[in-house]
Design a protein around this ligand. Structure first.
Ligand SMILES: *Cc1c(COP(=O)(O)O)cnc(C)c1O
Length: 373
């Protein structure tokens, strides 16, 4: 077994997607599931699709390659602007991409023409996060350029929030994005099929009472995987927070002095003397380190405290009996710990496929099919 090892309960990923998709579908919005935090793991991506995601979104072409190699044929959108050097492969592997640069869109168009395809373009607009996006006043000119290029089609617009700034979108930013969709249509002509209103940080807005306007899609990763709102860190009602866990193997247990430095004591009578400060506590060393995950974003198992970590060792302490060498301890990860663990060289993801026979794929609202016997 590798250490550390990520375990995922695919059923919880599927149910989280289903819960979000149902809540957003009734509001006229789809969920595009973002698989980048788990490096495009095909089983997890499939669980998202099975849960009702309208398609997948990925930031890196390497993850898209992995999804396609595993046989996933669903719509995949590249949500990070394509690299100019990868334009031809983007057109071959992705149905659509988010874009901000006309030189890159022109390369996509040329590649698509060569392959006798049409690649869909969603233009990213800057709405306050100050990461990617064209300024709202420049949107219609860029949209017009896309319209004029054969090989690409203008599919929609989108915005991103709360990534660089950490600030959740408010109703007025969402209204502004909606208005931009209407303005772009009025100026450039085509109906915009997709108006994508951001990531997991937009869910509180989506569940709120303000009008949805033209926004009809959200790109959701963290909330599906970890069940939380990324801005507040709070659990989203009805979602599982424990679809993922990180296991690491114990490689040493010992009682060690709490401080390695001897300490000076004042006796009151004689001269001060040096004694070793030995307050017994069990130190546990695990085969996991800074190279494997964001150690400071892990929750320690109950009864353990973090002492420190180096590239390959994690030291924790406990007042309890020592765990056995060779046994494993379980850690809960936040988003940053999960994405680093999934990308680490030893970060194997092991899936639990827990489908009780009575619950098979049965969804009470799904149409039932009759089988010929
Ligand atoms: C990562 C990313 C998302 C998904 O963000 P979550 O917070 O995981 O939901 C959506 N859109 C873009 C552009 C992203 O880069």
């Amino acid at each position: 077994m590798s250490s550390p090892r990520i375990e995922v309960d695919l059923e919880k990923v599927r149910k989280n997607t289903r819960t979000l998709a149902r809540r957003l579908n009734v509001q006229g919005m789809t969920v595009t599931a973002v698989s980048k935090a788990v490096c495009g793991d095909p089983m997890i991506a499939q669980a998202m699709i099975d849960g009702g995601a309208a398609g997948l979104a990925e930031a890196r072409l390497s993850n898209v390659r992995r999804l396609r190699a595993a046989g996933l044929t669903c719509a995949i959108t590249l949500i990070r602007t394509p690299l100019l050097s990868q334009a031809a492969e983007v057109v071959r592997l992705c149905d659509a991409s988010y874009n901000t640069e006309s030189v890159i869109i022109a390369a996509l168009a040329a590649a698509a023409l060569g392959e006798d395809r049409v690649h869909d373009i969603i233009l990213m607009v800057e709405m306050g996060d100050l990461r990617e996006g064209v300024m709202p006043e420049d949107l219609s000119a860029l949209a017009q350029r896309v319209m004029d290029m054969p090989g690409v089609a203008l599919k929609g617009i989108g915005a991103n929030f709360a990534c660089l700034s950490g600030v959740a979108p408010n109703a007025s930013q969402m209204r502004a994005l909606s208005a931009l969709a209407n303005d772009t249509e009025a100026l450039c002509g085509p109906f915009l099929q997709t108006v994508s209103g951001g990531n997991s940080a937009s869910l509180p807005w989506a569940f709120g009472k303000t009008a949805r306007g033209r926004i009809n899609d959200l790109r959701v990763g963290e909330a599906i995987l970890l069940g939380v709102d990324p801005v507040s860190g709070d659990q989203i009602g009805g979602l599982y927070r424990d679809a993922f866990a990180l296991f690491a193997e114990v490689i040493e247990t010992d009682e060690k002095p709490t401080r390695s430095q001897p300490c000076l004591i004042e006796t009151g009578y004689a001269k001060p003397r040096l004694v070793s400060n030995i307050a017994p506590e069990t130190r546990v060393i695990l085969a996991m380190g800074l190279q494997d995950t964001d150690i400071h974003r892990l929750s320690m198992p109950a009864g353990y405290t973090l002492v420190g970590a180096t590239s390959d060792h994690l030291v924790i302490s406990t007042a309890r009996a020592a765990p056995r060498v060779g046994s494993e301890l379980k850690f809960h990860m936040n988003y940053s710990a999960l994405m680093r663990a999934a990308a680490a060289p030893d970060g194997d993801i092991v899936a639990h496929i827990r489908r009780p026979p009575s619950d098979n794929t049965r969804d009470p609202s799904a149409p039932r099919h009759l089988a010929m016997v």
